[in-house]
Design a protein around this ligand. Structure first.
Ligand code: TNX
Length: 528
């Protein structure tokens, strides 16, 4: 009898790992083995020098999660977690994660790979741990991403989001193995990055009359005397970029030109073609006041970029290029003279001249440009990467011309669209993009040959925020669609199975709850 009690006692206290792990994005190769590894205070940690910073990051994470960090050991040993550099792993971001009873071994070629191994490891452990030890099922994982560009975008012009929220967004991206944060910093309704040389950007362009309530086509609302707005100081920008880089995420700033520039023109009317004063936009949409292609404007943009570029160590600067109506350029003598002088066909040729000129400047600083697919108009800037949003046609054209492409089509990646047709769904900009459709996205257009498909760097989810004024709503729109996007970018398409994904997602909800993320629960029926 005593024996039975003893056995039961052992059985009851021994924590049981889940039978079927539910990792998102799903790893390439995954084999469960017999046995478990027990993570407790006695486990040691050893890392090769190249992976030390990730191992430290990991140890800090364990401290938060379990209440203690592991003791560092100078040599590989048993009852330990080991971070090993492995040059034989092909993919720069790839990793292997081996759990057996005496060791957990993380192998990677770079810090990035080790970081992603750590993200997988996190999902092997329950979101909330009540004791100070945890058991992990023995297994082997070999994993590497499908695409090198795995992005999420956030529009902070239409609505402003706190630094804390942006960090949370970055944290979630890192957890899902995404590596690029596209930060949409300027638009008609607000300029959001501090530029010291141009104080009116902070005083004027960063604030708008608070009349923006209601829908796209609503009649103009009355100004209630309040201003809406703000901007990120360069110190805050540096802090965010550093935070992202510790999580293997590159931040790409977007400074829109020549269109979506009414806020800047409101601050400095000379940047426009008419020179007339205008206001920071108080409605959504596309506006006719755009930068005028004169020397004064180019100098302004170059000076702005001279302050922006050093803040962002990544290779890319996004210069917008989308939705630039040519009304003002048609009516401007200087523009018409320039079209003649440069032997351009028309205003579209002038747009191409504008972009190519800015590209040249940015290239001299060692950076490359990304632009929305309108930069194809009138001839593509020589080294540009195209962000294809209006469909796949532009992507095909750019890839066939040997340009890199990032896929962000409205049809599959616009998270400002409705995600269900429920009547009580919160107001969205329009459109309909359910989770299953996001999950079914294939970033490689059928028209491309295998060779041409190499120009597709990956895909990105976009969050435009005309109708998203709070962080709770931003999270609601993004989750769970971003989780599907993460799997599209990372996992082997042959592994993709919507039913299996929703099974894993229903478990991932526990993570979202634990991390205090507000999400749309599409699975209540499945779970219910
Ligand atoms: C189009 S996508 C835009 C944005 C809007 C968005 C709303 C793109 C390059 N431009 O200015 O916010 O649609 O869905």
């Amino acid at each position: 009898f005593k024996c039975i009690i003893f056995l039961c006692f052992i059985g009851c206290i021994k924590p049981q790992p889940p039978i079927r792990p539910h990792i998102i994005p799903i790893p390439n190769e995954f084999t469960l083995q017999e046995g478990i590894f027990i993570l407790d205070k006695d486990v040691l940690l050893h890392a090769d020098a190249e992976l030390q910073s990730v191992a430290d990051f990991f140890n800090n994470y364990l401290k938060e999660k379990l209440g203690y960090s592991l003791k560092i050991h100078s040599k590989p040993t048993t009852k330990a977690i080991l971070f090993k550099l492995d040059e034989t792993i092909e993919n720069e971001e790839g990793y292997e994660l081996l759990v057996d009873t005496s060791q957990i071994i993380i192998k990677a070629k770079t810090a990035k790979g080790a970081f992603y191994a750590m993200q997988t490891f996190r999902q092997l452990v329950p979101p909330i741990i009540e004791s100070d030890q945890v058991s992990i099922r023995n297994l082997d994982i070999k994993d590497a991403p499908r695409f090198t560009y795995r992005g999420m975008h956030l529009d902070v012009s239409r609505h402003l989001f706190s630094v804390d929220f942006i960090k949370k967004y970055i944290d979630m991206m890192a957890f899902l193995k995404m590596n690029t944060f596209h930060w949409h910093l300027t638009d008609d309704q607000g300029w959001r990055i501090e530029i010291k040389q141009y104080p009116e950007l902070q005083k004027v362009a960063a604030f708008r009359d608070e009349t923006l309530i209601g829908h796209y086509n609503d009649a103009p609302q009355k100004f209630d005397g309040k201003k809406y707005g703000g901007f990120y100081t360069q110190e805050q920008v540096k802090d965010i970029v550093k935070y992202a880089s510790e999580r293997q995420i590159t931040v790409i700033p977007e400074i829109e030109m020549p269109g979506h520039s009414q806020a800047a023109i409101a601050a400095y009317p000379k940047l426009g073609c008419t020179g007339e004063p205008t206001k920071v936009a108080t409605k959504w949409g596309v506006f006719e006041d755009i930068y005028c292609p004169k020397e004064e404007t180019f100098t302004f943009l170059e000076n702005v970029l001279d302050e922006v570029m050093p803040l962002f160590p990544g290779k890319y600067i996004h210069i917008g290029g989308d939705e630039a109506p040519k009304t003002r350029w048609k009516a401007c003598e200087h523009c018409q003279a320039l079209i003649k002088k440069e032997d351009l066909k028309d205003e579209h040729g002038l747009q191409s001249y504008f972009i190519a000129r800015m590209e040249k400047y940015i290239n001299t600083k060692g950076k490359s440009i990304i632009g929305w697919d309108e930069i194809l108009e009138g001839g593509l800037a020589p080294n540009a990467t195209v962000m294809s949003w209006r469909g796949t046609k532009s992507a095909v054209e750019a890839a066939k011309a040997g340009h890199n492409v990032i896929m962000t089509p409205t049809s599959h990646t616009y998270f400002d669209y409705y995600q269900t047709d429920n009547e009580d769904e919160p107001l969205a900009i329009g459109g309909y993009l359910p989770l299953e459709k996001v999950y079914g996205f294939n970033p490689i257009p059928n028209e491309l040959t295998q060779e041409e498909a190499k120009y597709v760097l990956g895909a990105q989810g976009n969050l435009w925020t005309e109708y998203i004024s709070t962080s709770e709503k931003a999270e609601y729109m993004v989750f769970p669609r971003m989780i599907a996007m993460a799997e599209i970018n990372w996992s082997n398409p042959r592994k993709r199975d919507y039913q299996d994904f929703t099974y894993r997602l229903s478990h991932f909800h526990k993570w979202l709850d634990a991390l205090d993320v507000n999400y749309a629960n599409h699975l209540y029926e499945i779970e219910g």
